[in-house]
Write a protein that binds this ligand. Structure first.
Ligand code: RIB
Ligand code: NA
Length: 306
């Protein structure tokens, strides 16, 4: 059962330090790493490593970061469907990682991925229409995501929208989502409800159900994740798999693991647990795509939880 993911690749330039500089200031960093990122690509790598048959639709420039993208997909077993864009650059991200907490702040320039158009989507209509599970995010233009969700829905796929980075989303597009997966701040931007507790997350999920999504999963960082549809509510506590090194891509790990589990037929509840464990392992390692665990590690972590 194939998983088709639409999104952006970005080369992550990750700086570790004690704090961000203010404008006009220079601070010394404590470390630097260059590695593969981009939300869509990270989700594709996570889903493939977790055991899924994953196809990734994107646009790349013609530069060394495009080579990095092809390398990471090759290693992870992701099948790429790339439009090359000689007039733009491959996406890149500036990532500040707090050296103590592992938390991050990101500026992502999607470059060629930001040029993905409905016409690019139509060029992959058969692939998207034939997916068992379709996943996208919001690093490429909204119109491209909307068109792809429509094709996926028409073809009978389970559709997942990870609304990151946060943006306002038209109701017509939300109605095409079987599952939406915001984090706390994205849920607040979508619903106007500040999410500081599991109860808040339930109310934000209800607001999203009212706007037409089939189910909402609000990821809650240290508080795990809340799944809610019209019949079921499930709160899955966060799992600790070791010391937190870097949280970049943790949401992507969740989405990729969740998609892989759904595609092989897990119930939504089991898929949420699998995504949660995928994210738990990813934060114990540096980098975004580079930190995605293999399926057997996820299974082992879940079996240790009992
Ligand atoms: O979700 C994490 C990702 O966001 C990073 O890899 C960065 O590239 C940005 O897209
Ligand atoms: Na990580």
């Amino acid at each position: 059962m194939s998983i088709v993911i639409l999104g952006v690749f970005a080369a992550d330039c990750a700086f570790r330090g004690q704090r961000l500089p203010s404008m006009g200031e220079t601070v010394l960093g404590e470390g630097f790493a260059l590695g593969p990122g981009g939300k869509g690509s990270n989700q594709a790598v996570a889903a493939s490593r977790a055991g899924g048959d994953v196809h990734f639709v994107t646009r790349l420039g013609r530069d060394i970061f495009a080579d990095m993208a092809r390398d990471v997909w090759g290693q992870a077993g992701v099948t790429p469907h790339v439009t090359e864009d000689a007039d733009s650059y491959t996406g890149a991200a500036f990532i500040y990682v707090n050296a103590d907490s592992g938390d991050n702040a990101i500026i992502v320039a999607p470059g060629a991925g930001g040029q993905l158009s409905p016409a690019d989507i139509d060029a992959h209509a058969a692939l998207i229409g034939g997916a068992a599970v379709f996943v996208t995010q919001l690093e490429q233009p909204m119109e491209a995501a909307h068109r792809a969700l429509q094709l996926a829905r028409d073809g009978g796929a389970r559709t997942i929208l990870n609304p990151a980075p946060a943006a306002e989303i038209p109701d017509a597009m939300l109605a095409l989502c079987d599952v939406i997966t915001p984090n706390e701040s994205e849920a607040e931007i979508l619903t106007g409800i500040a999410v500081a507790s599991v109860d808040d997350a339930k109310r934000a999920a209800d607001a999203l159900l009212d706007r037409g999504v089939g189910a909402a999963i609000i990821t809650l960082g240290e508080n795990g994740a809340l799944y809610r549809d019209r019949d079921t509510t499930l709160h899955v506590a966060a799992i600790r798999a070791g010391a937190v090194v870097e949280t970049t891509g943790a949401g992507d790990a969740f989405n990729g693991g969740f998609a892989a589990a759904l595609a092989r037929g897990d119930s939504p509840a089991d898929a949420v647990r699998f995504g949660n464990a995928t994210a738990a392992l990813s934060v114990t390692r540096a980098g975004a795509a580079a930190s995605m665990p293999d399926g057997h590690e996820i299974v082992a972590l879940l079996s240790r939880q009992g």
